[in-house]
Design a protein around this ligand. Structure first.
Ligand code: ACO
Length: 164
């Protein structure tokens, strides 16, 4: 999806033996990428063609969208996360990184894989020139993000588009 030069070598070195952290690939549909995302919310019954449609859109915008995955020794996707780079006018045309869709396979949680995903995304945010990286999360996940070096700030608001 994007250049592997942006993957932190420190994070790769800190992973359990046989595990890899790398950019999302067009082959990851078969390796369980969408299954991992189901720990977050409904993914829907997505075909390979639909996956590739989104994949190639992100690839065409890969200075803005960075989705990475952790791969097990068995070549299955067991973790994933995204940073999206927003281009602002304020802060002298500043860049802000938005972390989204952090997911670790249910059977693999508690092994520091979530922490490694966040460290790798923070590295991309820093390397691409962001002045800050932000995210929204549930109250339950606040301690996790605090351990990843984030602090509380302000409130999330939402407006869902009505069906009609
Ligand atoms: N409450 C308190 N501490 C926590 C929690 C929690 N809910 N989750 C993790 N931690 C702590 C761990 O104990 C560990 O602490 P330690 O360093 O003292 O041992 C540290 O945070 C790092 O934990 P990891 O092992 O890296 O966490 P894990 O790999 O399980 O990943 C994650 C955490 C991503 C929240 C995972 O549990 C998951 O996928 N949950 C379901 C989906 C989800 O909620 N994703 C986040 C949505 S928010 C967003 O995407 C921006």
């Amino acid at each position: 999806l994007f250049s592997s030069d942006l993957i932190s070598s420190e994070v790769q070195a800190a992973l359990p033996k046989g595990h890899t952290i790398r950019p999302l690939s067009s082959e990851d549909y078969e390796k369980g990428f969408l299954d991992v995302l189901t720990v977050l919310t409904t993914v829907g019954d997505m075909s390979k063609a639909q996956f590739l449609e989104r994949f190639y859109y992100l690839k065409a915008h890969n200075h803005e969208y960075f989705t990475l995955v952790i791969v097990s020794p068995e070549d299955r996707i067991i973790g994933a996360g995204t940073i999206f780079i927003e281009r602002k006018f304020i802060h002298n045309n500043g860049l802000v990184g938005h972390i989204e869709d952090i997911a670790v396979d249910k059977n693999q949680q508690g092994k520091k894989l979530g922490l490694r995903i966040i460290q790798a995304l923070k590295h991309i945010g820093a390397k691409t020139g962001c002045y800050k990286v932000i995210l929204d999360c549930s109250e339950e996940n606040v301690p996790f993000y605090e351990k990843c070096g984030f602090t509380r700030k302000e409130h999330e608001m939402v407006w869902y588009i009505p069906d009609d």
